[in-house]
Ligand binder design. Structure first.
Ligand code: PMP
Length: 406
């Protein structure tokens, strides 16, 4: 293993703090990742030395920062291997990205009786915008089922797709269970039927290599805060053939070419989808975070996080009465589990008191919990700054929970 984990941990100031007088063990990386010092420094540098609204002034600061914002777009373009930088649109996060596509694509292409396909594994952010669209357009939402281990049943998906299907929208990796979906196959099947595919990459870009050209997805979305970047920034990658045809989602400043009281013409890509002042500080911070993880090395991250996941799975499985939810073979960095006869909230509270941050509840995936007939789970989600010793501490905490409630 080629990573110096202690050195990496030193890059993240929050990891050296204590919680309840115990060293913080942060296993809630699926919700948000911590930020390395370089990202924090970059944001402070912008506000203290460079701040100015972008794309507007002809003055020095504005021109410089506009350039840096556009450079950040190019960093994201390379990160996901998008063909053009104007196919990268900055949003506030995955939620806004999906809402933008659902509204805008839906406005143009979805009509009464049409169908949208999502999956049982989706986060609410990839359910509700499509549901609302279907209500608005009197379209029908269809859901790919899963088997007992949490894998999508692709045979059922193939039967579901029809000339009425207008969009398939699925996550790359499930936030609740960590299952990796075969999005390449899902896209192939959709494209055989001339249907575009949106991939929700909120839980995949931070754990592996994403190449939108290799996947051939039509849209790919993610959030900056889950990939070691700042809050309030997200991304849409979209093929220009779609983005050019789709109407804007939000309107206002910057997204226009010409405005009169009689008529407005819209700006070109990517600005057509970036109304108002964008979060340029966070966009540049995201580019810094991407540079950081590329320095750590995506291959190293994949290898080390797999080692952590395998270690944690093996150790947790050996605890009597612990049941892992989502046992599919292809998983990344997340373990969701329940303890026999112990409510996940009770367990979570005790684990928290030991300085260990895990997530409990439905993980914004209520229909998935309903599918498994459970209210929620305890979820530990790992990053390359976590260690096996921390996993040992989690196992000790679980044993204590069992002793307290057993
Ligand atoms: N999709 C998935 C798979 C997610 O994990 C999340 C965040 N938990 C979202 C969408 C929404 O992301 P955000 O809250 O950053 O908009």
């Amino acid at each position: 293993m080629s990573l110096d984990i202690q050195k990496i941990r030193n890059d993240f100031p929050i990891l050296s703090r204590q919680v309840y007088k115990k060293p913080l063990i942060y296993f809630d990386n699926g919700a948000t990742t911590q930020k390395p010092q370089v990202v924090l420094d970059e944001e402070i540098k912008i506000y203290t030395q460079e701040n100015s609204n972008i794309h507007r002034g002809v003055h020095y600061l504005s021109e410089q920062l506009t350039q840096r914002y556009e450079d950040a777009r190019k960093v994201v373009q390379k990160f996901v291997n998008a063909p053009y930088d104007h196919e990268v649109i900055f949003t506030s996060g995955t939620t806004e990205s999906i809402n933008t596509i659902a509204f805008s694509y839906g406005e143009k292409y979805v009509n009464e009786g049409d169908e949208i396909i999502i999956s049982t594994l989706e986060h609410h952010a990839n359910i509700v915008p499509w549901q609302v669209l279907c209500e608005r357009k009197k379209a029908v939402l269809k859901v790919i089922p899963i088997n007992e281990s949490g894998e999508l049943i692709l045979d059922e998906y193939e039967k579901m797709i029809s000339p009425k299907t207008k969009m398939v929208s699925v996550n790359h990796v499930s936030n609740a269970l960590g299952i990796v979906n075969d999005v390449k196959r899902i896209i192939e099947i959709a494209h055989q039927n001339d249907v575009p595919v949106l991939v929700d990459g909120a839980q995949s870009v931070q754990h592996g290599k994403v190449d939108v050209q290799e996947l051939d997805c039509d849209f790919f979305v993610f959030s900056g805060h889950k990939v070691y970047g700042p809050n309030g920034i997200g991304v849409i990658y979209g093929k220009e053939k779609w983005l050019n045809e789709m109407p804007p989602f939000m309107t206002g400043g910057e997204m226009i070419k010409k405005v009169t009281f009689e008529k407005t013409t819209f700006n070109e890509l990517p600005f057509k989808f970036e109304a108002g002042t964008p979060n340029y500080v966070a966009a540049i911070g995201l580019a810094t975070a991407i540079d950081y993880i590329q320095d750590v090395g995506i291959e190293n991250i994949i290898e080390y996080e797999k080692e952590l996941l395998d270690y944690a799975t093996q150790k947790l499985e050996s605890i009597e009465g612990l049941k892992i939810v989502g046992t599919a073979e292809k998983k990344i960095s997340v373990i969701s589990f329940n303890l026999d006869n112990i409510h996940h909230y009770d367990a979570g509270m005790v684990i928290d008191k030991m300085g260990i941050a895990v997530r409990t509840g439905h993980h914004c995936a209520e229909p998935l919990m309903q599918r498994f007939n459970i209210e929620g789970t305890i979820r530990a989600s790992f990053s390359f700054y976590n260690t096996k010793e921390e996993i040992d501490k989690l196992c000790e905490a679980i044993i204590t929970v069992k002793q307290m409630f057993g």
